[in-house]
Design a protein around this ligand. Structure first.
Ligand code: NAD
Length: 499
């Protein structure tokens, strides 16, 4: 197999710089971080590493923009709506370059990145529509006719966002579109592996000339930069997406700052799927494989624990194997490619280590895959891998791997057994069931404690449905009205009308 190193297009901004207070600036650390094309493991950019001082400059800029600037204090909701609509159009007009850069920097198949771009444009349009619809309530005083009570919704303030690497542009839109629509100002840190489309986004936002300086800022780097943002006393809310371990650390940190702040954390998962005996087994096998292997398994809601009913287990497992082996891997910018590489060497080694752990499981065996894609090719490629007959408590069945690895559990006999086992899971992000039985669907959707439940499909998401977790998968909701409301705070006003 030959993987081609597609050239990065000419960028209309300096890819080494951060964006602070309406200007492109270098990091005052003087250090840079290499950014790779994971399909070939080659460096495509050296990006500045922001210092704590740079984070402070960005937060101060967002703080001034919030308390003194026109975005919050002069603009109407309709003006913010129009700014977001202009930004959506700007993104749409540059989507070809954005798609190519996103695909090169993440290794994601270009066909999948197009869906991400559709969603990104749609998200900005959707949340633009909320900007002029901020509503409070009138609440009559129950005992005193002289008093009028009502609530007013105001933007939360300066929001610090810390993003994961896996959906750089789309997850940015999940966060930034509702926050700006609500009237917040933002400091955004992308995942250190994938900063390029965040920088491009800042460039496009700047080009619209509709966002006053300081409203949106980008700082670049890894854990130290994220930590400086979390620790900054002028931050009013932290929105974090990443692993459970980092998320817990972020929660602890936000409680240690001089002023407490709102926090939402979108964390990992180990999402189960259930195949009941009454379904079209071929279709279900296709959906399970794409539910697990999409984005090479680097999906927080990937279907990675599969329950198959005993009566169809032996018929279903070969279908799964065939569906996984049919996945086309190759240069991500090739239209035919369905699965790309892992994001970096660290993730590649982590996934291979989990596959080694899986091989040591007593009764489990490798149904397909279990190896690097091909010896000698550059980049971070691992075969789509399926283990069958895995104990539900095995490490490969309970820990988030974040790679193309599916654990088909030992066969089950009753849906109650599945729900009982799943309610003990540390995670609660998503689940899926494949069945035609209305009563099984009802039992499953009522019984499961997780944020999203797919019935006879998997991974379908739309901008207006809230997304988030239970337990270690986090708290807070992204997408939908729930996320917009998360960037608003409520004031209660009590007025004595007889005065
Ligand atoms: P990660 O936890 O390693 O890093 C996430 C972000 O946190 C990065 O920007 C990183 O630089 C930053 N960071 C690291 N240490 C920090 C610190 N001490 N303080 C502040 N910030 C810090 O996660 P990752 O490898 O980038 O992403 C993969 C994880 O993200 C998976 O667990 C996946 O399930 C999860 N994820 C969840 C969702 C969701 O919506 N629930 C979506 C995408 C990814």
């Amino acid at each position: 197999m030959t993987i081609t190193a597609t050239a990065l297009p000419q960028l209309p901004f300096d890819r080494s710089l951060a964006y602070i207070n309406g200007r492109w600036v270098g990091g005052s650390t003087g250090q840079t971080r290499d950014v790779e094309n994971p399909a070939v493991g080659a460096v495509i950019a050296a990006v500045c590493e922001s210092s704590a001082g740079d984070v402070d400059a960005a937060v101060q800029a967002a703080h001034v923009a919030f308390h003194e600037g026109p975005w919050v204090n002069e603009y109407s909701g309709a003006q913010r709506r129009d700014a977001l609509l202009a930004l959506a159009t700007e993104i749409e007009q540059h989507r070809k370059e954005l798609e190519l850069i996103e695909s090169i920097n993440t290794g994601k198949p270009i066909v999948d990145v197009r869906v991400e771009l559709d969603d990104t444009v749609d998200l900005f349009r959707h949340f633009a529509g909320y900007a002029d619809k901020v509503e409070g309530r009138h609440i009559a005083a129950q005992t005193n006719a002289r008093l009028e009570g009502y609530t007013v919704k105001v933007p939360v303030g300066v929001v610090g966002f810390i993003n994961a690497f896996n959906y750089p542009l789309c997850l940015l839109a999940w966060k930034v579109a509702p926050a700006l629509a609500a009237g917040c100002t933002v400091v955004f840190k992308p995942g250190p592996q994938t900063p390029l489309t965040t920088q491009y986004f800042a460039h496009l936002l700047h080009e619209t000339e509709k966002f006053p300086k300081g409203v949106f800022n980008v700082v670049l780097g890894g854990a130290d930069v994220g930590q400086a943002l979390v620790d900054h006393d002028l931050i009013d809310k932290i929105g974090f997406t990443g692993s459970v371990a980092t998320g817990k650390h972020v929660i602890r940190s936000t409680a240690s700052t001089a002023s407490v702040r709102a926090t939402s954390v979108e964390l990992g998962g180990k999402s189960p799927g259930v195949v009941m005996p009454d379904v079209d087994l071929d279709r279900a096998a296709q959906l399970v494989v794409s539910g697990c292997m999409s984005n090479a398994g680097m999906n927080c809601n990937a279907l990675t624990r599969l329950w198959v009913h005993r009566s169809v287990y032996d018929a279903f497992v070969p279908r799964l194997k065939a569906a996984a082996e049919a996945l086309v891997m190759g240069t991500p910018q090739d239209e035919r490619t369905q699965m790309g590489p892992l994001i970096d060497r660290r993730q590649y080694e982590r996934v291979l280590e989990y596959i080694r752990i899986g091989r040591e499981e007593d009764r489990a065996h490798v149904l397909t895959g279990g190896q690097p894609l091909e010896q000698g090719i550059p980049g971070y490629w691992v075969q789509p891998t399926i283990f069958s007959n895995v104990a539900p408590t095995a490490r490969i069945a309970t820990e988030e791997i974040f790679g193309p690895v599916l654990s088909v559990l030992e066969p089950f006999d009753s849906l109650e057994e599945v729900i009982r086992a799943e309610r003990k899971s540390e995670f609660g992000l998503a689940a899926g069931i494949f069945t035609r039985s209305h009563s099984d669907i009802a039992r499953f959707t009522r019984g499961m404690r997780c944020g999203t439940i797919w019935v006879n499909n998997y991974n379908a998401l739309y901008s207006y449905l809230p997304f988030g977790g239970f337990r270690n998968s986090g708290f807070g909701r992204e997408l939908g009205y729930e996320s917009f409301d998360g960037y608003l705070a409520t004031k209660a006003i009590i007025d004595d009308v007889s005065f």
